[in-house]
Ligand binder design. Structure first.
Ligand code: ZN
Length: 385
């Protein structure tokens, strides 16, 4: 019998650390034209199911390609990359060209979402519903809000005729949520199309900008580093026998008893002589090699633009570097020599906001603030006119 252990510790921690929305105003805000354009793109994206079980990242990537073309991005600067043998795991890579004076910046978001069943949710998880100052939908936060903001801002830059000093690359990728995945697409792109996404540094999901219970910003986060995880397979064997004559002493019962003990265990742990002997009865093997992920440096070049825009938008709110108690695709970029920072400007509720769980939500104001924050901060990073 073989049981793959989902990295529950990481997922539960992500729920606490990487979540959304505050107790926002229940009065519906009238969106500006720029916010309306973002909303429409976000709705398009959220309403395409990109779960592993029933959805397709390729369909979402193609829909976003259409949006970019309609927004004036040249077809030659948009690529859809579908890994061989994985027709639903398509990725979109788009580029706004600069003068080339500096190496590009990569803006990364993931198209895929965690599973969501209609019968478990209060509202349809694949319809973007605005209610009481929040957007409700699977991916409303994780991570379609980032993808929608990055793509919409690319269209804004293009329309303004802004010529940055470096290319701005947006990559919307697949299978961030699946660990380990045969098709993690950041890993795939680094291995097979590095030139398409090669950058001096990257911005990605993961920053924990936090509201208090009353919806007041407590801290603005920039994430530099991740706790990481390791997945294990547990196996136990016995001589077997006929199921019509079940014995107390069988592999399923042994495994169940040990999983119950594992669940009750406090992490981190060290094996003592006794626990070593205990676990020696279970064969433990690693699932996939661990991905080393060096923490990216918080240089002045990275921090100064964040400090500047953060002080304009949320004066008096402290800017705090954080380490994510989970893992994102930043680990692949960091180990490939592209420093990746979690930075969204989207403040989240202290309760977790349903990320990876039920009734995921994002404060409407947070989506609009993230849109504006990332628009300004990327402009400072990329320079030019
Ligand atoms: Zn995510």
């Amino acid at each position: 019998m073989s049981v793959a252990l989902f990295p529950l510790a990481c997922r539960a921690a992500l729920l606490l650390a990487a979540c959304c929305a505050g107790i926002g105003s229940s009065v519906a805000q009238v969106p500006t034209p720029a916010q309306q354009q973002l909303r429409e793109l976000d709705r398009d994206l959220v309403e395409i199911n990109t779960t592993d079980s029933a959805g397709s990242c390729t369909v979402a990537a193609e829909a976003m390609q259409k949006r970019l073309l309609a927004g004036g991005i040249p077809a030659s600067d948009i690529r859809i990359i579908v890994p061989p043998g994985a027709p639903k795991k398509g990725n979109l890579v788009a580029r706004h060209r600069g003068t080339g004076a500096k190496k590009p910046i990569l803006l990364l978001g993931h198209l895929d979402v965690a599973e969501a069943r209609r019968e478990d949710w209060v509202r349809d998880p694949f319809t973007l519903i605005e209610e009481g100052g929040y957007f409700y939908a699977r991916g409303a936060t994780d991570d379609k809000s980032m993808v929608a903001i990055f793509l919409d801002n690319l269209i804004r830059y293009r329309r303004e005729g802004w010529r940055p000093a470096r290319d701005i690359i947006v990559a919307a990728t697949c299978d961030e949520e699946i660990i380990p995945s045969k098709f993690n697409c950041v890993e795939y792109l680094l291995g097979n199309h590095r030139a398409l996404i090669d950058a001096e540094f990257a911005l990605n999901e993961g920053a924990g900008s936090l509201l208090d219970a009353a919806g007041k910003p407590v801290r603005m986060g920039i994430q530099a580093g991740e706790k990481m995880f390791q997945t294990y397979t547990l196996e136990t064997t016995d001589p077997g026998g006929h199921s019509a004559m079940p014995r107390k002493d069988n592999a399923i019962a042994h495994m169940a008893a040990r999983l119950a003990r594992l669940g009750a265990h406090d992490w981190p742990f060290k094996l003592s002589e006794t626990t070593r002997a205990y676990f020696e009865r279970i064969k433990v093997s690693m699932v996939g090699a661990p991905t080393p992920s060096p923490a990216p440096p918080l240089t002045r070049e990275i921090m100064a633009p964040v400090e500047q825009v953060s002080a304009q938008m949320w004066p008096g709110v402290p800017l705090v570097p954080t380490l994510l108690v989970a893992a994102t695709d930043s680990r692949f970029l960091n180990s490939a020599g592209i420093p990746a920072y979690g930075l969204s400007g989207m403040f989240r509720d202290p309760d977790g906001g349903g990320v990876h769980g039920l009734n995921e939500r994002l404060r409407v104001q947070s989506l609009y603030e993230g849109h504006e924050f990332l628009y300004r901060v990327v402009k400072l990073y990329a320079g030019g006119h």
